[in-house]
Design a protein around this ligand. Structure first.
Ligand code: CA2
Length: 161
């Protein structure tokens, strides 16, 4: 079925650029202000600015979205399909360990994604060791701090070419 029939927009924006969506889950808006030993010193604004620069250099449109609300995150993932988003970079935050709804949304839109965690979730409390996303992700990066996002974007840029 073509894009017209499915209601999907073209995978490129009006300027002919491909789109990548970065989704940040709950509490990641607090980055840089607390727990820097676990999550680093970069704020979410720093991370998004660095990713935007990297995407611009590759002539790709980057959309960054953060929410503390599960339904808003589900809505954003669903909208990505109609926007022709080619790739998603996702840090589900605490929803990593709980959200069947976000997992279902990603499975439904069938957009390839990389799961990113600032901290090494396998070296922390036992409840953080399970992710509802890892088995349907293209790959998982964890424990590399904010560099993990840049590595994920580098991968995505190569993947969508
Ligand atoms: O390591 C990660 O990126 C996490 O996704 C971060 C989540 C945590 O629940 C996951 O297990 C692993 C928590 C994000 C909270 O971020 C904060 C940042 C600064 C201060 C307090 C929380």
């Amino acid at each position: 079925m073509n894009a017209k029939k499915t209601g999907q927009k073209s995978a490129r924006n009006a300027n002919g650029k491909q789109r990548i969506l970065v989704v940040h889950g709950p509490n990641l808006n607090l980055l840089g202000s607390r727990e820097p030993d676990i999550y680093g010193l970069d704020s979410l604004g720093d991370i998004n600015a660095s990713l935007a620069k990297q995407a611009k250099a590759a002539s790709v449109e980057l959309i960054s979205f953060q929410s503390n609300h599960e339904g808003d995150l589900v809505d954003r993932i669903q909208a990505a399909r109609n926007e022709g988003v080619a790739f998603i970079i996702l840090n589900p935050g605490g929803y990593t360990h709980t959200s069947v709804a976000m997992r279902d949304a990603l499975a439904a839109v069938a957009i390839p994604f990389v799961e990113v965690h600032l901290s090494n979730i396998h070296a922390r409390e036992p409840f953080r060791r399970h992710s509802h996303f890892s088995d349907i992700a293209v790959g998982v990066i964890c424990g590399l701090g904010s560099q993990g996002y840049r590595l994920a974007l580098d991968f995505a840029l190569n993947r969508i070419r």
